[in-house]
Write a protein that binds this ligand. Sequence first.
Ligand code: BTN
Length: 243
Amino acid sequence: MQIIKLNATSSTNQYLKELIMSTSVEDFTVVIAEKQEQGRGQMGTKWLSEPGKNLTFSVLKKGETLEVADQFLLNMCVSLAVYEALKELNIPSLAVKWPNDILSANSKICGILIENILIGSKIQSSIIGIGLNVNQLTFNNLPNVSSLKLLKGVTFNLDEVLQVIIVKLKKYLTSNYLNSPDVLRTLYQEIMFRIHKPSTFKSKEGEVFMGFIKGVSSSGKLIVLLEDNIFKEYNLKEIQLLY
Ligand code: BTN
């Protein structure tokens, strides 16, 4: 497995995307950078990370036969992999906040951005971008953000943490799991933040409302039980889970 280490790049997702466009790259190639000048987050946001302190990397998963409609299977595999890796590192009170933020003690420690290259309706390759706050100690007063060091009080070796995550990605990103959507959904729902608990959401129109998270649909929509016993499914663009 190849690991490409960079001092700086705009975004490791972008670097890997350009690389696979220009040459043949083996499955599970990793691109890691000490510094990203334009780190990308979900929904067009920026991913900020103190250079040299954290893990910002992208992993190539060559597509099998997944349809673009099945993209959430990848999200679940990656969430499960990162969750299990962090559990192995004894990080406390872990949960996955839909769709794939990893929380510890209610604070975000890791974000995941998967960008797919399509051929027709099939996923040809997936670029799995992971930003994990490891040794950073301050976050400009951002609420509910933390790092492994803040949580455990020790400095982590970045290479060791990366290795643990890669082993778990290799475990979950196999056809065994990708061909078992119900198994994945069951495992994902077991570690979901606030499942079956009253939660607060914000709609894209800005309305704040309450409901109970009941799980995810096979396409990755969040299933919410609203007042009057009504179940509704929401996609990522429709609502944001606040807490
Ligand atoms: C999120 O918004 O939570 C997703 C953040 C994903 C950040 C990672 S850092 C490595 C990779 N390269 C990027 O530009 N983004 C992802």
